[in-house]
Design a binder for this molecule. Structure first.
Ligand SMILES: CC(C)(COP(=O)(O)OP(=O)(O)OC[C@H]1O[C@@H](n2cnc3c(N)ncnc32)[C@H](O)[C@@H]1OP(=O)(O)O)[C@@H](O)C(=O)NCCC(=O)NCCS
Length: 163
């Protein structure tokens, strides 16, 4: 089935939310919060389309190194001198997984981010750390982030790849 990543558009937001509701039922975020990220940094937001239907998305944005935005909160503005490219989320519907689409998006993100940012960072949830390790990210134990990570899930891990 033809499948490809493209830039996210404001009209995709309902489909993005529908994917988020399936993939992250425990991590509710308001539409406005996701819409704000798209407005602040459209080039960091992509959707995976299969036969014209959105089956996945990726949201990233410049951020401060070592910092993790709380879930369901507005960013308001991006840092003037970003220390990292922060991957807010990548989520594929179950039927779109394990076919290489996630890796393709991450490889392209690393290629873009590596030219503009000192690092790529994220919070790994759903036990996805091995996926990120395949892409060169490493778990970092940051005591100052423990409380925030616990608000994601008990096995959430802060991970970073330095370029
Ligand atoms: C994580 C995710 C984006 C990966 O995308 P994908 O297209 O399924 O991954 P790929 O096909 O490119 O790579 C698959 C490989 O990554 C690894 N992998 C993928 N998801 C994994 C997971 N949850 N745990 C451990 N390893 C995982 C496996 O090694 C797998 O290889 P295998 O199929 O040979 O075992 C996708 O599975 C997903 O959306 N998961 C649910 C949401 C999520 O956890 N997002 C990450 C938030 S930080």
């Amino acid at each position: 089935m033809p499948e490809s990543w493209r830039l996210m558009l404001p009209d995709d937001m309902a489909a993005v939310e529908a994917v988020a509701a399936v993939v992250h039922p425990g991590f509710f975020e308001r539409t406005e919060v996701l819409t704000e990220r798209l407005a602040l940094y459209p080039e960091g937001c992509r959707v995976l389309e299969r036969s014209g239907v959105v089956v996945g998305y990726l949201i990233s944005h410049p951020w401060d190194d070592g910092a993790v935005p709380a879930l369901d909160t507005f960013l308001h503005r991006l840092p003037e001198v970003p220390g990292t490219c922060y991957l807010h989320d990548i989520a594929l519907l179950p039927e779109a997984r394990r076919g290489g689409a996630g890796s393709q998006a991450v490889i392209e993100l690393i290629d873009r981010a590596g030219r503009r940012f000192p690092s790529l960072s994220l919070v790994a949830v759903h036990g996805s750390a091995p996926f990120w390790e395949r892409h060169g990210l490493r778990i970092e134990d940051r005591p100052e982030l423990r409380a925030k990570l616990a608000s994601y899930d008990e096995n959430a891990r802060y991970m970073r790849r330095i370029f």
